[in-house]
Ligand binder design. Structure first.
Ligand SMILES: [Zn+2]
Length: 432
């Protein structure tokens, strides 16, 4: 499998490590609130890449961290009047519960920053010893200009950054472009960890450098995350880890953003749609179909029309899978060709939509890999739909055809088609 490397713009093969395993690290959420639909995209993209590679016989270790020490958590906890570690623990549990509903499994490891502090402290110590970082009044900062390759991923070079950078009050940076590895404890923060530089807590970027190395080693195949993390987060991760002598990630892969009404979704901007609400409304299959109908690296507009189209697409496939049987090696090879080439899920899905009934079992197999295996099984109609269908049967029995037709239309409005069969009926999800 090859992915387009964000650093070079070129396709790059995923190389397994010495133990034959492909290591993938994808940045997970900062847990200061329920996750929104935008946070679900990297979870889905990298989770399904793992499923796909495993289906192809490849061993994979997928790591997705949970950032549970962060300025945003302190701020949200203070606003809510709760302890920051309690808020982080509750929101981490909510994140796991919300993403569990997607039904695509979980990463192999979901490390938390708060459980990785000794490794973080050790890595910072190495950077100080090699003059890539310096202590200043309880803070430790990374000296960006000590790393000549800074900017290779994002194109943001120190000289250009310097124009817009400024040192905030209370910071002790030698150069405004330097960034924090460790922050001295502040009176308003209710958690702190010991370190050689005094009580404090790690910066966000060093958390990921340390968690990736702890679970995947010093070199691993893929580092992923949302495009919005390229700068500064991923640029800074590279600077820290490579300056400390690690090869770090071989390929960088970034998913595009979800746009709500044309604007990037972001909790801080208040444009939110919680994943839990989206799943209540649309269900996991429709939501996954919505994501997979776009290439992972493309932005997607998140709106009702797009979700409606995804719902119809699910119904079309579900109805198609009711008939036929058999496998089709040609279809399977074509799907593999699409997914091996930068995980082009829209092309893979298009192949499934046009597959003949004789390829039914191959279609079902591929859908299972993509987290859509439920489409191969009949979705039970919800109880209110069954109740309506029963009312309609009673109306037909007493030859009240006006009422029977009215209920048929009402069922259609709810997305169900009723087909009469003898004295009874069958319910099918409507497509189109
Ligand atoms: Zn990260």
């Amino acid at each position: 499998m090859r992915l387009r490397d964000s650093r070079t713009g070129e396709p790059a093969a995923l190389e397994p490590g010495p133990d034959g395993t492909i290591g993938i690290y994808a940045c997970g959420p900062t847990v200061y609130g329920r996750i929104h639909v935008g946070n679900a995209r990297p979870f889905v993209v990298f989770g399904l890449m793992k499923r796909y590679l495993e289906w192809r016989g490849q061993r994979v270790t997928l790591v997705e961290n949970i950032t549970d020490i962060n300025d945003k958590i302190y701020a949200a906890a203070a606003k809510a009047g709760v302890r920051s570690d309690d808020l982080a623990r509750d929101m981490a549990a909510a994140y796991i519960a919300d993403t569990e509903r997607l039904g695509i499994g979980r990463p192999d490891h979901e490390p938390r920053a708060s459980e990785t502090v000794p490794e973080i402290v050790a890595l910072i110590g190495e950077l100080i010893d090699s003059d890539h970082a310096y202590e200043a009044d309880g803070d430790v900062n990374f000296a960006v200009r000590s790393f000549p390759r800074y900017g290779d991923l994002s194109g943001q070079r120190p000289d250009e950054l310097r124009a817009g950078a400024r040192v905030e009050p209370g910071e002790h940076k030698r150069d405004p472009v330097d960034f924090a590895l460790w922050k001295a404890a502040k009176p308003e923060e209710d958690t702190a960890w010991p370190s050689p530089w005094g009580e404090g807590r790690p910066g966000w970027h060093i958390e990921c450098s340390a968690m990736a190395e702890k679970l995947l080693g010093r070199r691993f195949a893929v580092h992923g995350g949302g495009r919005d993390l390229i700068f500064p987060h991923h640029e800074n991760e590279i600077a820290q880890s490579v300056a400390a002598g690690r090869p770090f990630a071989s390929v960088w892969a970034h998913n595009g953003m979800l746009r709500l009404s044309g604007a990037k979704m972001s909790k801080s901007e208040g444009n939110i749609d919680l994943l839990a609400d989206a799943l209540d409304r649309w269900g996991a299959e429709t939501f996954l179909m919505f994501l997979l109908q776009a290439h992972y690296a493309s932005p997607i507009d998140y709106d009702d029309a797009a979700l409606e189209r995804a719902r119809s697409a699910c119904a079309t496939l579900r109805n198609r899978l009711r008939a036929g049987s058999g496998t089709d090696e040609g279809l399977r090879d074509a799907v593999i060709a699409a997914l091996d080439d930068d995980f082009r899920t829209p092309e893979a899905l298009a192949l499934l939509f046009t597959a003949p009934p004789e390829a039914r079992d191959t279609v079902a197999e591929v859908l299972e890999v993509l987290g859509l295996g439920g489409l191969a099984h009949d979705e039970p109609p919800p109880p209110d739909v069954v109740a309506l269908a029963e009312e309609r049967r009673a109306a037909r029995a007493r030859r009240d055809f006006a009422e029977s037709d009215r209920i048929r239309d009402e069922l259609a409005g709810r997305g169900w088609e009723v087909r009469d069969a003898g004295d009874g009926y069958q319910l099918y999800p409507r497509d189109g």
